[in-house]
Ligand binder design. Structure first.
Ligand code: SAM
Ligand code: DTB
Ligand code: SF4
Length: 336
């Protein structure tokens, strides 16, 4: 039986699959119950993304516009200058973000990349923002370096079910991803880990991906659920467009709802793909337990709803920004 918001970490694949099979109303009711047991149902956490190093990535993730292997309209840009990053972070804070997430299109950072990223992190923390970076796979010692600089979150997604992984990515393995997540967790950095829906995977794979996240110990603090942005020139993007496939919107809502039930204490982010979602679909995602978004006109390389329309949506739905404890030079203060 489903008791609202019960915290457990023994969700088996069979049970997670059964959640997906529930009547839609039963699933949404259970998810909303889990949500209300642990969170303010009307508060949404607000993160802004910045690509600090764009394109030219050697990996072959077949959805990604930043892989060097695919012909996309992404330009390759080197690591940004510190001051340019600070300007963007200030702008994000002024617009109301509480977390600033910096992404780099690397297989993983070289040792010489760590110092400039640490400087970015420290500077952004000083503005009174939470920080997150996503830099790819980490080598021994790198997570500790980032932790020393005060990094709050590291994003590293499992992206899909382990059994579907090699259909999407061949240049690294699912276990490589788990290894980096272990390093991040061991260094005391909060984990942001989720995946993508709409890669041509089946419901079984979506359940498998969520079962993996729910089995992590501890579970990720933050769980981004991305709807594939179908990028021309990428293998998966082109295939999904050619076959006129894509995940059914209500199946996406189900995925959010199951994530909320099996990860009742994690912040679940309605991540990439919002630009293509009408307001009523986003509203259903919030009802299903999503309580975070990326806010700002751009994700990493692709578009995101403009801030005016997000403000309007929040107003229509009576949603308010989640209050977050921001650590600043060892002190804590409220930011809203
Ligand atoms: N290179 C690093 C890595 O792979 O972890 C960090 C950046 S990578 C772009 C971060 C995440 O963006 C991926 O794990 C994937 O979940 C997401 N992503 C990339 N392209 C996407 C797309 N077209 N649609 C939805 N999500 C996407
Ligand atoms: C995540 O799960 N989604 C974000 C963030 N983590 C780094 C990235 C979405 C990227 C969408 C495609 C693009 O803009 O390049
Ligand atoms: Fe894109 Fe990250 Fe894969 Fe590189 S490692 S291709 S940036 S998702």
């Amino acid at each position: 039986a489903l008791s609202a918001g019960a915290v457990r970490n023994d969700w088996g694949l069979v049970e997670v699959r059964a959640l997906f099979e529930l009547p839609f109303n039963d699933l949404l009711f259970a998810a909303q119950g889990a949500h209300r047991a642990h969170f303010d149902p009307n508060a949404v956490q607000i993160s802004t993304l910045l690509s600090v190093k764009t394109g030219g990535c050697p990996e072959d993730c077949s959805y990604c516009p930043q892989s060097i292997r695919y012909e996309t309209d992404v330009n390759n840009d080197p690591l940004m200058e510190l001051n340019a990053v600070i300007d963007q972070a200030k702008a994000a804070k002024a617009r109301g973000a509480t977390r600033f997430c910096m992404g780099a299109a690397w297989r993983g950072p070289k040792d010489r990349d760590i110092q400039p990223v640490k400087e970015m992190n420290t500077a952004v923390n000083k503005l009174g923002l939470e920080t997150c970076v996503t830099l790819g796979m980490l080598k021994e010692g790198q997570a500790e370096e980032l932790a020393d600089a005060g990094l709050d979150y590291y994003n590293h997604n499992i992206d899909t079910d382990p059994e579907y992984y090699d259909k999407i990515i061949t240049t690294h393995t699912f276990d490589d991803r788990i290894d980096t997540l272990d390093k991040v967790r061991d260094a005391g950095i909060k984990v942001c880990c989720g995946g993508i829906v709409g890669l041509g995977e089946s419901r079984r794979h979506r359940a498998g991906m969520l079962a993996q996240l729910a089995a992590m110990d501890p579970v990720p603090d933050s769980v981004p659920i991305n709807m594939l942005v179908r990028i021309p020139g990428t293998p998966v993007g082109d295939k999904m467009v050619a076959d006129n496939e894509g995940v059914d919107p209500l199946e996406f809502v189900r995925t959010i709802a199951v994530a909320r039930i099996v990860l009742p204490q994690s912040v679940v982010r309605l991540s990439a793909g919002r630009e293509a979602m009408p307001d009523y679909l986003q509203a259903l995602c919030f009802l299903a337990g999503a309580n975070s978004i990326f806010y700002g006109e751009k994700l990493l390389t692709t578009g995101n709803p403009d801030t005016d329309s997000d403000q309007q949506l929040f107003k229509t739905l009576g949603i308010k920004p989640m209050e977050v404890e921001i650590k600043h030079k060892g002190e804590c203060r409220k930011a809203s």
